[in-house]
Ligand binder design. Structure first.
Ligand SMILES: [Zn+2]
Length: 247
């Protein structure tokens, strides 16, 4: 057996063991949780900085996303919503980080379920029938062991009663880390990074593209472009993320 595979499965077992041994603490503030609390303490839960974008066709995130895609007579203004505001100085960013970096699937699914509920309560997203996660490049997925966007997409699809097409989009090349790139450089970095895996695509009326965090919207816009090449203008393509940077 490849020794790298051995060390990977050892790492996975160790982190599963640590989950059992370590006390349960609030993902946001780190305080120990009482038995009635899950993932967040009641105080952090009641202060969750929700965007409340789901009922709004126009909101700051949707405006920023639509500026990235070419809205015209064929491309309708896209809906976009996030569960909460991602702020550098706020502890709430730890919710998406817990899923992305610390394998906290429980907290990730919990937040994704809440996002799903907000979307399900909005008439704008009521007819979503296909949920599609932003894919990772295979090398990064292998490194991390999972795609955090797919974890969120599965849960959102479950709440919405929609199908989840986890492998519909393919990330062709490993884009450089986006962290140190800005604006135009970031857009160019991801512009043609995505394609559809198969020629046969599942039927859909309203597709929801899902990612963990909305930053500039460049990655989601590139995925939108790839989907639009396969789906006609009668299919609506919307966007949802756990968190949104800015505003
Ligand atoms: Zn807390």
């Amino acid at each position: 057996m490849d020794p790298r595979l051995n060390s990977l499965s050892l790492k996975t077992s160790l982190s599963a063991l640590l989950d059992l041994v370590l006390p349960r603490v609030c993902v946001v503030c780190g305080r120990p949780l009482i038995p009635q609390e899950r993932h967040l303490c009641l105080e952090c839960l009641s202060d969750l900085p929700e965007t409340r974008y789901a009922p709004l066709g126009h909101n700051p995130m949707a405006d920023r996303f639509n500026a990235k895609i070419q809205v015209d007579e064929y491309e309708p203004y896209a809906y976009a919503a996030a569960l909460y505001h991602y702020r550098a100085e706020s502890g709430y960013k730890k919710i998406s980080q817990a899923l992305k970096y610390h394998r906290n699937f429980g907290a990730g699914r919990w937040a994704a379920g809440l996002l799903g509920e907000r979307l399900a309560a909005s008439p704008l997203y009521a007819d979503v029938d296909l949920v599609v996660p932003v894919p990772l490049h295979w090398a990064r997925r292998w490194e991390r062991g999972y795609n955090q966007a797919a974890v969120i997409a599965r849960e959102v699809a479950r709440v919405l009663g929609a199908a989840c097409a986890e492998r519909l989009l393919l990330r062709r090349r490993r884009t450089r880390s986006q962290t140190h790139l800005h604006g135009e450089a970031k857009a160019a970095n991801v512009a043609d990074a995505f394609t559809l895996r198969a020629k046969e695509v599942p039927a859909a009326r309203h597709i929801l593209l899902v990612d963990d965090v909305f930053t500039t919207g460049a990655t989601l816009a590139a995925c939108h472009r790839a989907l639009r090449r396969a789906y006609g203008p009668q299919v609506r393509i919307s966007v949802a993320t756990l968190a949104a940077v800015g505003e």
